[in-house]
Design a protein around this ligand. Sequence first.
Ligand SMILES: [Fe+2]
Ligand SMILES: [Fe+2]
Length: 139
Amino acid sequence: MALDKGKIIKLMNEGLAMEYASQIQYLTQAAITTGPYADGLMARFAEIASDEMEHAKILRTRIAALGGVPTTKVGEIQIHKDSMQAVKINLRYERDTVDFYRKLLNLIPHDEVILYEAIEHVLQDSEEHVEELERLVGK
Ligand SMILES: [Fe+2]
Ligand SMILES: [Fe+2]
């Protein structure tokens, strides 16, 4: 399987827009969340936002390395003040992200080691976010 650079750059830019949206979503929630466990959740949302910032950096670097231009678009953002609603929104977003990176990883040949491992890392973090949020909502 050869690397379809144009397709990969386009998909990675979609991922980058999602990472920007997710970062803003977590940061906003880190400021406005109320309800059960709000204090602990706000602290955790702020930390997760840093992971999303790192994911965005990884994607920008890899897009540029492939000869592409990193997008400045921001994906769709959803906010809810209530802590459990916020967790549910984030969980949906993280699950979509996991599906997205799994599909992307399947399009990358294993011998594209740096790119493959970069996306694998972002996927693994996203899976960890899903796992944590699932624990928080008890499912
Ligand atoms: Fe992310
Ligand atoms: Fe995440």
